[in-house]
Design a protein around this ligand. Structure first.
Ligand code: FEO
Length: 172
């Protein structure tokens, strides 16, 4: 049985991950409207990954005999002044999510909940990758995105992103 506080934090994190999916779909909406379909595609895949994260956490709670409960998902309401603004918001959001995962990890560490620490190891690594991806994308946009040819090429590059599903179903 999981510690009550840990279970509550993971249940809350499901909501944050689903919000992340919603947020990134909103970024995709912005880019689709701006005619940057490669950027939109990149964020559509990002949203699918976030949904996977939520499903992995839901599965972890279920596999530990817990009843998962859902809250309302907040409305993504960011307004973007230009094409680079969602990328900056995306990096900030990932840094925030890293802090949330670290908090849960810290709680698990404090009570020697090794099983949850092992479960969260995947997310710690994933957050490192997601922050790096967001930083790289932002840098590329700063270097190449200010010129229309560079923006076109970057849009083409992002259109090639491929979705790789995470393990979201029963683990046994
Ligand atoms: Fe599920 Fe981008 O963190």
């Amino acid at each position: 049985m999981l510690n009550e506080k840990i279970a509550k934090l993971i249940n809350e994190q499901i909501n944050k991950e689903l919000y992340s999916a919603y947020l990134y779909l909103d970024f995709a909406n912005y880019y689709a409207d701006a005619g940057l379909d490669g950027f939109a595609h990149w964020y559509e895949i990002q949203a699918r990954e976030e949904s996977d994260h939520a499903l992995m956490m839901r599965r972890y709670l279920i596999d530990n005999g817990l009843r998962v409960t859902f809250d309302a998902i907040a409305k993504p309401d960011k307004k973007f002044a230009d094409n680079i603004a969602p990328l900056k918001a995306g990096l900030e959001h990932e840094q925030y999510v890293t802090s949330l995962i670290n908090t849960i990890y810290g709680e698990a560490f404090a009570i020697k909940d090794f099983k949850t620490m092992q479960f969260l190891d995947w997310f710690i690594k994933e957050q490192g990758e997601e922050e790096k991806n967001a930083e790289d994308l932002l840098k590329k946009m700063e270097v190449f995105g200010t010129d229309s040819k560079g923006l076109y090429a970057l849009n083409q590059e992002l259109a090639a992103r491929v979705y790789t599903p995470s393990q979201t179903g029963p683990q046994t």
